[in-house]
Design a protein around this ligand. Structure first.
Ligand SMILES: [Zn+2]
Length: 97
């Protein structure tokens, strides 16, 4: 994503949760899930992924039925928060430190 939505929303959520936690809490560690790294045309980007999951009963060759899992990942073309199109950030990956 070419935006800062993930970072911004993670910060807002962390702030909101920290306010509600008792004084003296420790080791707060939380993140916004559903993002994955993408390598496209030499660029590196982060995309939002949604999972399509479930199961189905399919016929077995020997007769009867068996349960088959369904799991597929769908990559969003646009940021779900601000609408910016997802595309690789060409030239932003540096090996010069
Ligand atoms: Zn965004």
């Amino acid at each position: 994503m070419q935006c800062n939505c993930r970072k911004d929303i993670e910060q807002k959520l962390a702030d909101m949760f920290r306010e509600k936690l008792p004084e003296g809490h420790q080791d707060f560690d939380a993140k916004l899930n559903g993002y994955t790294f993408l390598m496209v045309d030499g660029g590196l980007d982060e995309g939002v992924c949604l999972e399509f999951t479930g199961d189905v009963q399919v016929p077995k060759k020997a007769g009867g039925m068996k349960r088959q899992k369904i799991k597929h990942t769908v990559l969003a073309n646009y940021c779900p928060f601000c609408g910016v199109r997802a595309e690789a950030a060409k030239g932003e990956v540096s090996t010069n430190g």
